[in-house]
Design a protein around this ligand. Structure first.
Ligand SMILES: C[S@@+](CC[C@H](N)C(=O)[O-])C[C@H]1O[C@@H](n2cnc3c(N)ncnc32)[C@H](O)[C@@H]1O
Length: 217
């Protein structure tokens, strides 16, 4: 997937002009202390970052596309500064920092303050090989005890090509269970709210949420 071209051509069908319902429903399970930092990998220009910052949390995102990062600050009328830091261009407003660059180049030193991770349309944006790399990298760069709210989709992959890719419950378990405690929060068929899947003739699309906690090295 050429993500930079997607941004260049404004083909960003994953972007939603609303805060994600599962974030609202479950963010308390992240047990965030006041002012805590939340990491949002592959963040795009998600309004979920605005929601978290308006609740007083600090957000640290990473996004490959400078177009996406700039649109995030401009669309939300947030004044921001831009600096070069450790191979990344860091865009920063009062409560939101976005590293513009490759997630896989981010190190533990960038995320030492983080106590939670919010993943919507990040893991499922990647193909199988990259998902394994993504999960291993996440385990390596976030602090011990950090919690993750992970949202995924499960659908018959042969009926539609990704992204978003279908990521089964057993795949989540195999990707994360060696380094994380893991609990599924919900999993239900949401096909009626997924017009793209309906149009493609997909039989079902399950919307799943998980709470993970980094507990074992
Ligand atoms: C499907 S979108 C989801 C964006 C966001 N999570 C949301 O919910 O709107 C995936 C995003 O990941 C970005 N991306 C893909 N690979 C990346 C990488 N290796 N490092 C940083 N960002 C990446 C893409 O540019 C794209 O904006």
């Amino acid at each position: 997937m050429d993500w930079l071209a997607r941004w260049q051509n404004n083909k960003i069908g994953w972007h939603v002009d609303a805060v994600n319902r599962s974030l609202i429903d479950y963010f308390e399970l992240l047990e965030l202390a006041p002012g805590a930092s939340v990491f949002v990998p592959l963040c795009g220009k998600s309004l979920d970052m605005i929601y978290l910052s308006e609740m007083g949390y600090t957000v640290i995102g990473v996004e490959l596309s400078a177009i996406g990062v700039k649109q995030f600050f401009v669309d939300n009328s947030l004044p921001y500064s831009v600096n070069q830091i450790n191979g990344f261009v860091l865009y920063e407003s009062e409560r939101i920092k976005i590293y513009c660059g490759d997630y896989f180049s981010l190190g533990a030193e960038h995320l030492s303050s983080v106590s939670a991770v919010y993943d919507r349309a990040s893991l499922i944006a990647l193909d199988l090989d990259l998902r394994e790399k993504y999960a291993q990298h996440l385990a390596a760069i976030i602090p011990l005890d950090a919690r993750i709210l992970l949202l995924t989709l499960i659908y018959p992959q042969h009926q539609m090509s990704g992204p978003p890719f279908s990521v089964s419950n057993s795949e989540v378990e195999s990707l994360f269970s060696s380094a994380f405690q893991y609990r599924q929060l919900h999993c239900f068929n949401d096909i009626d709210n997924e017009p793209k899947f309906l149009r493609a003739g997909v039989d079902y699309v399950e919307n799943a949420a998980y709470l993970l906690q980094k507990g074992r090295e």
